[in-house]
Design a protein around this ligand. Sequence first.
Ligand code: AMP
Length: 189
Amino acid sequence: MNLILFGPPAAGKGTQAKRLVQEHGMVQLSTGDMLRAAIASGSELGARVKGVLDRGDLVTDDIVIALIEDRLPEAEAAGGAIFDGFPRTVAQAQALDKMLAARGQKIDLVLRLKVDEPSLIERISKRFAEQGRADDNPEVFVTRLAAYNAQTAPLLPYYIEQGKLTELDGMASVETVAASIDAALSGAA
Ligand code: AMP
């Protein structure tokens, strides 16, 4: 089972992905986590992308596509991946379909966590205060939301056409969202 958790920043994708890893043994592939790890390790890639993350813009498609491609064998061995924060552009979605098809696999389900913008802004100020992640600061968050609206939201028709999109109320409690995800997964199994 290959699943995409889809939604704007702070929709709860990471939280739900981590729970799925613990309870279902799936592998979480978060390009945001991979990029932050590259920056923390001081690698050449990290140095290249740091400014982009700090501004809240998207890094180029080839970088994240390569990061994901490297991890597909591991996800396949575990029986499936939860894509978290990837794909974020139509080009990334097309590349993902191609990489999976080459391995005899596909995306089974795209779960969209719907959360309205005022709630996202409220959540992010709380997360910024608690965790101090630089790109959660209110000014950068505006850029991240704009990137979502301009470059990522246009992916919705792509997955609707493929008949893969299920929408969930991401405003509900973490437990309720988790239960709707489990219900969607059993329906798709
Ligand atoms: P996230 O933790 O998913 O919110 O990602 C943090 C930041 O990493 C984003 O604001 C982008 O700068 C970058 N990033 C993560 N995933 C992608 C992606 N799929 N495509 C382009 N940039 C990404």
